[in-house]
Design a protein around this ligand. Sequence first.
Ligand code: WTA
Length: 639
Amino acid sequence: MVNKITSLAEYFQKYNESVANPEGFWANIAESHYWHKKWDKVLDWNFEGEGAPDVKWFVNGKLNITENIFERNMFMRKDQVAIIWEPNDPKEPEVRLTYGELFEKVKQFANALKKLGIEKGDRVAIYLPMVPELAIAMLACARIGAIHSIVFAGFSASALADRIIDAEAKLLITSDGGFRGAKSIHLKNIADEALESCPSVKNTIVLHRTNEDHVHWVEGRDIWWHDAIKGVSTENKAEVMDAEDMLFILYTSGSTGKPKGVVHTTAGYMLYAEYTFKNVFQYSDGDTYWCTADIGWVTGHSYIVYGPLLSGATSIMFEGVPTWPDAGRFWDIVDKYKVNQFYTAPTAIRALVAQGDQWVKSHDLSSLKVLGTVGEPINEEAWRWYHDLVGKGRCPIVDTWWQTETGGIMITPLAGITPTKPSLATLPLPGIQPILVDPEGNELKGNGVEGILCIKFPWPGMLRTTYGDHQRCYTTYFAAYKGLYLTGDGAKRDEEGYYRIIGRIDDVINVSGHRIGTAEVEDAINQHHKVVESAVVGYPHEIKGSGIYAYVICEDLSDKEQATIEDEIRATVTKFIGPIAKPDKIQIVSGLPKTRSGKIMRRILRKIGEGDATNLGDTSTLLDPGVVEDIISGAKVEV
Ligand code: WTA
């Protein structure tokens, strides 16, 4: 078993050890895992040069991640609950799956996948709501060496198709529909629309969830989940994988172009998910842990499924939303299951702050030991509310900074060990070597500095490539500063050496903790036939952290068109990406601030979106400085 750090002194000792001898440090942790064959070498790496990035952990090691979840834990935990599933509707009964039961289901579904011809290395797209079958499907893929690519069930048909096409998935696993609060979403219809442009998909497995009356069916392609497993054996031997075989692809947004498929591999990801889960949350045997994320995002991958299950934890999976049937839902669930560790996003906290304290005060919450946040910077007010009201001042808050690309948590307090400060992610985990640089790439040494956050040494959970386009991985993350992984975030190191994450320094917006690329939203807006050009920026939003502000140039609009254009633009974005990317504010403008070379000066648009026109910087290089005045006078915020 992976040991936990238990004191601050031990943290510093481990940290120093991990920097002095990273290979020894990680090899020692890997010793506690189940391997078919151990590695020949702990690490081979290069962030620069031919083929870079080239990162290999546990070279030539052979294993299967599901054997490390099941076979390794089975002796002790066969009858222990692995997953508690809380349905959207509190009147529906919950589901508890023990390690033994989950194992049977995973093996059976793995065999069902094999029967459909899915083999090691094949890509399987999964588009499911938050139901236990989502975890079963992903683990079954891992069991047979198929690469899962989970697509958040809030994405549109077009966004789903893009991801399926890029990964050339052979199979899609979906459901008739999904429940979210008072709504139900007809996922199968969306999937059918997506599949019109996805020739690689040979079969669809469809789970019964919402019992939709009329489920459109393609004979020969579509199979009900319950039919796919009917009479299928639960005997299954795990596929033996290389340490560096792909485990999954997860698409994420960047500054430019379409979302990229971040690739994680087997051994390194496994180690990192388990090590970080245990240490950050200080999970102890018998605890009940709940992460409110959706498995469609990386947080759900690493901290609902892989990290907790590798650690033999009891992990709650919640199908619904924080405010339905009322704003006390989170706290109902905490009390119902006596949750010990609770992990959520600042946007959810802010949304609940706005609903009033009574929803929290009417609950016991005495089971809570640790509170966590992830996804965006947490403002001090939300931190204090979380700490004082939810945690009653006795639960440490772990403000965990990390990314889809990092596979697991990177900078964070260790619960109850690292002294915390509101809004600071504090210190790097052992094995993580952050560095702050100025825009020219010079290291900012010492404390009390602010710069661009990079990482200078590989860690096991890091991405290995972007699917189908290795060069893009290099260009996005390693080209800016030689020898460093570029996170895309700005950060401050305070006088004590604690990190405060300031936020993205590129054209990525963090909307309610979801990463959205401005270029993607612009591309979607530009699909509207009346739109000539658009520019999208983030602006401060009380609940979402950042909202989306779109400045749009349209062809001549009639009065009638003017009345509906904003709604139509929002509908277009919903169609091409999904409701999460809908602009909050749309301003129709006659021109955009462009330099003589045609580049949009987003800095100016961001400032206006923030409501601050006092300090727009040098506008003399603009082709037409007059547009700035026009934009300010029509701005959708008070400037
Ligand atoms: C932001 C989510 C401040 C950051 C796990 C990062 C945070 C992006 C924090 C990654 C935090 C995540 N404090 N900012 N504790 N955690 N971020 O890929 O901008 O969806 O680059 O991964 O979220 O988002 P992603």
